[in-house]
Ligand binder design. Structure first.
Ligand SMILES: C[S@@+](CC[C@H](N)C(=O)[O-])C[C@H]1O[C@@H](n2cnc3c(N)ncnc32)[C@H](O)[C@@H]1O
Length: 192
C-alpha cells in the first residue's frame, strides 16, 4: 500500500476497482491516519454486498471498469487487486483508470504473474498446469473452474508488456516488483 501514497492526501477519495468483497478497499479505509473515503467498484453487485460492512469509509458502487460512471480527474489514487487479468480490454481499462485519476496521483495494480527463475518456475508451472486443475476438479466436481485461473495467468502479458500498457494509457514513472517469488507482481504508475 506504500506505493499508493495515500498519506499525501489522507482525506482524499480513492478508487478500488474490481473490488470484489471489498477487502483491499477496507484495508485502506481502516488505516489509522486515513480520513478520506474509498469507492469500491465492481460489476458483480452481490460481491460488493457481501463486503459492505467491512469499513464505514468504503462506498460500494456497481460499475464496469471499462466504462466507469465517474467524472474525469476525480480520484486521488486507484488500486486493483487481481482484477486487470479479467478485463476484456487491458488498454481500455487502464485508459479509463487514467481518465478518472487526478494528475500526479497513483495507480497500483496487484496481479498474478508467472515466476521467471529456476527452480520456482518449473515447480510452479507443474503445480499450476497439472496439480491445481486436477485437485480442483476432484474437490469441487467443477470441470472448468480450476483451469480458468492457470490459463488466464499464463496467457496474461508479462510485467514489461503490462508496464507498456500503463505508459500508453497515460502513466509515467511506471515500475513493478515481484511478490512471493514472482507468483504475483505489484505494478505502479503516476498519472501524467
Ligand atoms: C479475483 S476477483 C478480485 C477481488 C478483489 N480485488 C480481491 O483482491 O479480493 C476479480 C474481481 O474483478 C471483477 N471484475 C472483472 N471484470 C470487471 C469489470 N470489467 N468491471 C468491474 N469489475 C470486474 C470481478 O467481478 C471480481 O470481483
Amino acid at each position: 500500500m506504500s506505493r499508493l501514497g495515500w498519506e499525501r492526501t489522507p482525506d482524499g477519495t480513492f478508487l478500488d476497482l474490481c473490488a470484489g468483497t471489498l477487502d483491499l478497499a477496507a484495508d485502506i479505509a481502516r488505516r489509522s491516519k486515513f480520513r478520506g473515503r474509498v469507492v469500491g467498484a465492481d460489476f458483480v453487485v452481490p460481491m460488493l454486498k457481501l463486503g459492505r460492512d467491512k469499513a464505514a469509509a468504503v462506498m460500494p458502487v456497481g460499475a464496469d471498469a471499462l466504462e466507469l460512471p465517474f467524472a474525469d480527474a476525480q480520484f486521488d489514487g486507484c488500486t486493483v487487486g487481481f482484477g486487470v487479468r479479467n478485463l476484456t480490454s487491458l488498454d481500455s481499462g487502464l485508459k479509463e483508470m487514467a481518465r478518472v485519476l487526478k494528475p500526479g496521483s497513483r495507480l497500483v495494480v496487484l496481479e498474478f504473474s508467472t515466476p521467471r527463475r529456476w527452480p520456482v518456475r518449473p515447480l510452479y508451472l507443474f503445480y499450476f498446469q497439472h496439480l491445481l486443475p486436477r485437485i480442483g476438479r476432484m474437490v469441487s466436481k467443477h470441470t472448468t473452474a480450476y483451469s480458468y485461473l492457470p490459463s488466464s495467468v499464463l496467457d496474461f502479458p508479462d510485467a514489461d508488456q503490462l508496464a507498456a500498457v500503463f505508459r500508453r494509457a497515460g502513466f509515467r514513472d511506471v515500475g513493478y516488483e515481484p511478490v512471493s517469488f514472482g507468483i504475483a507482481m505489484i505494478h505502479w504508475g503516476v498519472r501524467r
